[in-house]
Ligand binder design. Structure first.
Ligand code: NAD
Ligand code: UDP
Ligand code: UDP
Length: 317
């Protein structure tokens, strides 16, 4: 039962000052909820939520999820975790701790309060997949000891913890497997492909393709992603997930580079760099579950979502 007698809920967003978290805070406040935004500012920025600091229903809290947290909330969105390879490989032990100890603490909090809790998991749980497109039934192909493992295995263990707290303690859980997402407030220096290409194109610098540039990804616009997460949180209790949330449109990195060049009007040349270790060759979500269970599908195609993203980077750099 909700801790409040009215519709308004008090909602904790961990990683709330990050790219996705800050958009989620915006949307929850728009719906009239009270939002506690928790962040240790490892990759998140106060600037992402600066416009919310005076909002009467918004509270910003500096805290690291690897430490216990005692507050009172109705719902928890657990997004705390660096998401880009350069950031999560900077301190890999802390990355695994954030996923695993962070999940234990947030699940412990949810258990004490009887609160519903959603985990921001990732398509990385599928690793370098040999099933394409990826369905939720696929168990993945993940290297347990490589440079990406701190993130991939941390997220996989967090999923395990969510399902064990559900089975063992009856917690109301939701697990979203998020595929590559882009949009305003991405960190300009996070090294991810969308941010790199746009920043390089705007500066007239060479666009760096890793490997042959033939590897594929599917890119979801941030507004669609947040809509999917909120629908999952508000779905019936028996819908635990995991549910893929992403845009099934699949592009090679070379296609993405051409699209970015076209939309920025940039004359940047394409240059080729070595492919990083364990870089997945292809990735595309099967979103049949999200469509059937949540009535959700993305609305913004890549060519459309790039425009506001490019505008954001133009003012950010
Ligand atoms: P982000 O780096 O912008 O946001 C993560 C936030 O978590 C940051 O604000 C960071 O400071 C905070 N954080 C990191 N460690 C913390 C800790 N120990 N305690 C408290 N806060 C901590 O990344 P994002 O793209 O907004 O990703 C949000 C979530 O979604 C992450 O869990 C990520 O794994 C997941 N995800 C994102 C994508 C994507 O394409 N953006 C894809 C799959 C999954
Ligand atoms: N925890 C927390 N806030 C709470 C309740 C628990 O941060 O309100 C943390 C606490 O550190 C604990 C962990 O969550 O170790 C797991 O809690 P749980 O009740 O599942 O296990 P236990 O307390 O028995 O270790
Ligand atoms: N990539 C690239 N150039 C860059 C950055 C990334 O070609 O400047 C490639 C990277 O090798 C990967 C894809 O783009 O194949 C997506 O990389 P990103 O780090 O954005 O996400 P992830 O690999 O986690 O899906």
């Amino acid at each position: 039962m909700s801790r409040n007698y009215h519709e308004t809920k008090r909602i904790l967003v961990t990683g709330g000052a990050g790219f996705l978290g800050s958009h989620l805070c915006d949307r929850l406040l728009e719906q009239g909820h009270e939002v506690i935004c928790l962040d240790n500012f490892f990759t998140g920025r106060r600037g992402n939520v600066a416009h919310l600091l005076q909002h009467p229903n918004f509270e910003l809290m500096r805290h690291d999820v690897t430490f216990p947290l005692f507050i009172e909330v109705d719902e928890i969105y657990n997004l705390a975790c660096p998401a880009s390879p350069i950031h999560y490989q900077h301190d890999p032990v802390q990355t695994t701790k954030t996923s695993v100890h962070g999940a234990i603490n947030m699940l412990g909090l949810a258990k004490r309060l009887g609160a519903k809790i959603l985990q921001a998991s990732t398509s990385e749980v599928y690793g370098d997949p040999d099933v394409h497109p990826q369905t939720e039934e696929y168990w993945g192909r993940v290297n347990p000891i490589g440079p990406r493992s701190c993130y991939d295995e941390g997220k996989r263990c967090a999923e395990t913890l969510f399902f064990d707290y559900h089975r063992q303690h009856g917690l109301k859980i939701k697990v979203a497997r998020i595929f590559n997402t882009y949009g305003p407030r991405m960190h300009p220096a996070d090294g991810r492909v969308v941010s790199n290409f746009i920043v390089q194109a705007l500066r007239g610098e060479p666009i760096t393709l890793y490997g042959s540039g033939e590897q594929t990804r599917s890119f979801c616009y941030v507004d669609d992603l947040i809509d999917g997460l909120m629908r999952l949180m508000n779905s019936p209790d028996e819908v635990t997930g995991p549910v893929n949330i992403g845009n099934p449109g699949e592009f090679s990195m070379r296609q993405l580079a051409e699209l970015v060049k076209e939309q920025t009007g940039s004359a940047s040349e394409l240059v080729f760099h070595p492919l990083p270790a364990d870089d997945p060759k292809q990735r595309r979500p099967d979103i049949g579950k999200a469509q059937a269970l949540l009535g959700w599908a993305p609305r913004v195609p890549l060519a459309e979502g790039l425009a506001p993203t490019i505008d954001y980077f133009r003012s950010a750099i």
